[in-house]
Design a binder for this molecule. Sequence first.
Ligand SMILES: *Cc1c(COP(=O)(O)O)cnc(C)c1O
Length: 434
Amino acid sequence: MKTYIQYLEPKERPTSFYNIIPDIEKYLKMEIPPVLHPATKQPVTPNDLAPLFPMELIKQEVSREKEIDIPEEIQELYETYRPTPMIRAAQLEKILDTPAHIYFKYEGTTPSGSHKINTALVQAYYSKKEGVKKITTETGAGQWGTALSISCAHFGLECQVFMVKTSYQSKPYRREVMRLFGANLIPSPSNSTACGRKFLEEDKDCPGSLGMAISEAVEVAAQNDDTKYALGSVLNHVLLHQTIVGLEAKKQMEKFGEYPDTVIGCVGGGSNFAGFAFPFVHDVFRGKKIEFLASEPEACPKLTEGKYEYDFGDSAGMTPLIKMYTLGHKFMPSPIHAGGLRYHGAAPLASILKNAGMVRSIPYPQIETFKATQIFAKAQGIIPAPESAHAIKTAIDEALKAKESGEKKVIIFNLSGHGHFDMQAYADFLDGKF
Ligand SMILES: *Cc1c(COP(=O)(O)O)cnc(C)c1O
């Protein structure tokens, strides 16, 4: 019998996160561009960030330690749902009739149904430890809000979620999931913040965006001492926590007896791509050869068409300035179903790798990603999130290229989440509505 799925023994499970920063400084011989204060344009200090984030996360954000221990309590929590499986997409290979071997890491098996809970738990843990009472955040498609709601429920924290209005309206069950876990949900832009009221004044029918929802959540956290803000992607510490995904995947591939030629992930803010890819980038710095492919929507192609420059993380220009590939903080992506990819910028650390020529990005029209995902779903019996569909499209295209060239490539991708709450999107696809 062949092996199609790998987990990990307890002693094989990662006990620390991989911090790529020291490797970037050493192997790319560069300094990480500092984050700048929005008013003074000077590098921010930990004190500038203290109103928004727990101090331990601020420390992780700038840490130069190569490995950062996973707190024992978090290791225990991970133990309740990790490792997520690494699966050989054998039926897909058969249907595509490709000599390539395709594997995927399946983050849809987590309690929240996506990779986001990996960092939500850590962020809630440090907030609780530092006496925080309430966490505010934004959510697009709802996966981040769900992950943070579960994590806040676990640690007994209040959770306030500004949900992008289009998603709030189009994903009623996501909404109820978050309410079930006790979150206080507000469609964004809303009347409950000054910046929300300003967005509504400019356009009362505004569908909202992640950038706007971030502005609202940040405003609430900045104004309340017992409240912190949590971000589901982009920041260094978020990518750091997500390396749990790639660290496991690397060991699981070892158990399969294979090593990837191609590593693929979709990019919203960049956390699932980075978390999956960075532990392999570690090897590339030390001589391995891997192609890294970042899949993004044509409607929001930050890596492919964005500029590599300083920009705000939110729409109102309240956050610090970060150097990243960006379409501009005022960019308003059309309301595609992959709500989690509707963010104007890509994580600074992922942007550095793109700028260094280590990552290639590929933009897709929405319809192509759904077509690819239907092929995958029929083959493997899994319904992916519309975000993950982008990575699947890339994996299938690469496998078909390998078929033409006869290459026995090993292709791995991150299936960042399941699509069980995205059935309206699939209905629209099947009904030919886009
Ligand atoms: C949020 C999300 C994404 C995009 O965010 P990244 O930070 O780029 O990973 C991708 N897939 C799923 C399932 C998501 O929930």
